[in-house]
Design a protein. Structure first.
Length: 107
């Protein structure tokens, strides 16, 4: 398959091995703006610190920590509600047993 690469899928990702851009034939010579220098871009990239690179990870970690704590609180609330329900059920059963014992003693 000897097809030429496209903009989206170049033959190679190495810029030194890609074909140079040719000037357009429908533009007059000298009308294009000069090539952009990358020194400013490199200097601005140097301004990024390791801490800045790790900010999204730290935010995600804090978010997951909050979600885990929220889930733990939810589980605790559900367990407390179940425990209270079981306690009321046990108290009702105890009262029925007392009543049944009292009825048996009275007769």
């Amino acid at each position: 398959m000897n097809t030429a690469g496209t903009i989206d899928r170049p033959l190679t990702y190495d810029p030194t091995k890609q074909a140079p851009m040719k000037p357009s034939t429908n533009e007059p010579a000298g009308s294009a703006t000069p090539d952009v220098t990358t020194t400013g871009a490199n200097a601005s990239r140097q301004n990024r610190t390791r801490e800045m690179q790790l900010i999204p990870e730290a935010l995600a970690r804090a978010h997951m920590h909050d979600r885990l704590q929220e889930a733990e609180r939810e589980r605790l609330a559900v367990r407390l509600a179940v425990a209270r329900r079981m306690q009321r059920r046990a108290e009702r059963a105890s009262m029925r047993a007392r009543r049944a014992l009292a009825m048996a003693v009275m007769q």
